[in-house]
Ligand binder design. Structure first.
Ligand SMILES: Nc1ccnc(=O)[nH]1
Length: 438
C-alpha cells in the first residue's frame, strides 16, 4: 500500500503549493511575508517538476492548488556524515558496553566476519530506502578503508550510487587511521581506490608523534589529485586530543585549495577557553567546515557503566558559527555499535540537534544545518534550498510554527520529488533477517 503523507496534491504538471510557511534561511531569492521565528509565507508554483516561481502567499489563484494552510515546506535534506557500510549490523553485533572502544572492537569483528559485497549492499540499500522515504536527497558516507575490506566496500558503494542516482545522490569518503598515510604502499592503493570510485580522502586523526607528517602527506595527496578531505577528529573527552588544531595548521601550511570538513571535534568542548578560541580562529582561517554528530556523541561520550553522564559530547558549534565557520549536523551511525538507533531521518536529527546543541532561541538559522550548509560544503549548491529553477524536491509538513514542528516526529509528512509525492513506506526490518541467520 502506498503512503504519501497528509497532502493530497493536484494531478497536474503545473500546480501551486499555496499558503506555505518556509524557513527563510533555506529559501533563496524571495522575501515572503515575515511571520517571525525566521519563518515566512509563500505560494510555491511547481511546473514540470521544477520550482517555477515563489509568490506572495495566497496570490496565485489560477492554478490547481494544494492549500498548506500555513504548514511548513522545506527543501529535501542533505545528510553529510553517515556510515552506510556499517549500518544495521546491530542485530548481529551489539556494543558490549556502549562505549567508543566497545564500538571499534565490535565493528572490526563484524567487518572481518561478514562484510561481503552482498551483505554491505543489502544493508546500504535498506538504509538509503529509509532516507529517501524520510525526504533526504543527498548523503555522504564514510567507508571503512582498512585492509582487506576496502576492495569490497568501495564497489558496493559505487553500485549503490549508480542505483540511487537522481533520487538519493551519494558521496563517499575513505575512513582510514591517519598514520596509514605514512605508508607509501598503502596510501598509493587507497588513493587509487578512491579515484577509481569517485570518492574523496579522509581518515581518523590521533595524537601520534608523526601527526603533522601524516597530515602533510594527506594534504599533498589531496592537492595532487584534486580531492576534498573529510576527517574524523578528536572524538573523545580527552582535552589533550588537539588534532583539530594540527589539521588547521596543516591546511594553511599546504595552501590547500580544496574543501576540508572535520567531524566530531568533541574534545574542543573540554579545553580551556583560550586554547579552544585559538584553534577555532585557525579553523576559520583555513576555511574548514565542521559537522557535529549530536546523537552519536551524546550516546558514546561520557559513558561509564553505572555512572550518569555529565556532558553532552558535542563540539562548540555556536562559537564556530559566530566565527563564520560553516557548521552542519548529520546522522552519523545508524543501528550499529557506534549508535544503536537512528533511521537516517533528518527530521529526527534536526529535532535532536536543536535540543542537544540548543540551536533554538532563536531558531532562525538552524534549518541550514541539514540543508543549505551541507549542500554547499558537498559542492552541491543546486540542492538543499528552495529556489526558482531548482528541482521541486520538497518536504511538506502540517506543522506551522517551530513548537508544532519540533514537538512531533512529523511522520505524516509528504515528500515531493520532481514535483510528485513519493511513496513514504519504510522498509521492513524483517527484510534484513536473512543477513543475521534469523
Ligand atoms: N563515530 C564513529 C567513529 C568512527 N567510526 C564510526 O563509524 N563512527
Amino acid at each position: 500500500m502506498m503512503s504519501t503523507g497528509f497532502a493530497a496534491l493536484p494531478e497536474a504538471e503545473r500546480y501551486v503549493l499555496a499558503r506555505a510557511t518556509l524557513p527563510a534561511a533555506v529559501a533563496e531569492g524571495f522575501d515572503g511575508a515575515d511571520v517571525g521565528e525566521g519563518l515566512m509565507r509563500a505560494d510555491i508554483v511547481i511546473a514540470d517538476g521544477r520550482i517555477e516561481a515563489l509568490r506572495p502567499a495566497g496570490s496565485v489563484t489560477d492554478l490547481p492548488l494544494f492549500d498548506l494552510d500555513h504548514g511548513q515546506v522545506w527543501p529535501c535534506f542533505v545528510d553529510m556524515h553517515t556510515h552506510l557500510d556499517k549500518g544495521h549490523i546491530l542485530p548481529r553485533r551489539s556494543n558490549p558496553d556502549g562505549t567508543f572502544d566497545g564500538a571499534l572492537e565490535a565493528v572490526g569483528a563484524d567487518r572481518d566476519a561478514h562484510w561481503s559485497m552482498a551483505d554491505v549492499t543489502a544493508r546500504m540499500d535498506f538504509a538509503i530506502r529509509g532516507a529517501y522515504a524520510h525526504g533526504t536527497s543527498l548523503i555522504r558516507t564514510h567507508i571503512d578503508s582498512v585492509p582487506p575490506q576496502f576492495p569490497t566496500s568501495w564497489p558496493a558503494f559505487a553500485a549503490m550510487r549508480d542505483k540511487w542516482a537522481g533520487r538519493v545522490d551519494l558521496q563517499a569518503v575513505a575512513l582510514t587511521p591517519v598514520d596509514l598515510y605514512l605508508d607509501p604502499a598503502f596510501r598509493g592503493r587507497l588513493v587509487e581506490t578512491v579515484l577509481e570510485h569517485g570518492g574523496i580522502l579522509g581518515g581518523v586523526t590521533f595524537m601520534i608523534p608523526e601527526l603533522a607528517t601524516a597530515l602533510d602527506q594527506l594534504f599533498y595527496q589531496a592537492s595532487e589529485h584534486g580531492l576534498d578531505i573529510d576527517l574524523h577528529v578528536d572524538e573523545t573527552a580527552d582535552p589533550n586530543a588537539r588534532s583539530l588544531r594540527a589539521i588547521a595548521e596543516a591546511a594553511i601550511r599546504a595552501g590547500y585549495e580544496g574543501q576540508v570538513t572535520v567531524g566530531h571535534c568533541c574534545s574542543l568542548a573540554r579545553q580551556e577557553a583560550d586554547e579552544a578560541d585559538r584553534t577555532m580562529d585557525l579553523v576559520a582561517e583555513a576555511g574548514i567546515a565542521v559537522v557535529s554528530l549530536p546523537m552519536c556523541n551524546m550516546y558514546l561520550q561520557d559513558r561509564h557503566p553505572g555512572r550518569t553522564p555529565r556532558w553532552r559530547g558535542v563540539t562548540l558549534l555556536h562559537e564556530m558559527a559566530s566565527r563564520g565557520i560553516a557548521t552542519a549536523v548529520a546522522s552519523d551511525n545508524t543501528r550499529d555499535p557506534f549508535y544503536a538507533y537512528g533511521d537516517l531521518d533528518a527530521v529526527e536529527v534536526f529535532r535532536e540537534a536543536v535540543r542537544i546543541l540548543q540551536l533554538d532561541h532563536p531558531l532562525d538559522a538552524a534549518p541550514r544545518v541539514l540543508t543549505t550548509t551541507p549542500a554547499s560544503v558537498l559542492r552541491r549548491p543546486d540542492v538543499g534550498r528552495i529556489k526558482v529553477g531548482n528541482s521541486a524536491d520538497l518536504v511538506l509538513f502540517k506543522a506551522r510554527s517551530w513548537t508544532e514542528f519540533l514537538s512531533r516526529p512529523q511522520s505524516d509528512r509528504t515528500v515531493i520529488r520532481a514535483g510528485k509525492a513519493i511513496d513514504r513506506t519504510l522498509p521492513d526490518y524483517r527484510e534484513l533477517d536473512s543477513l543475521f541467520g534469523l
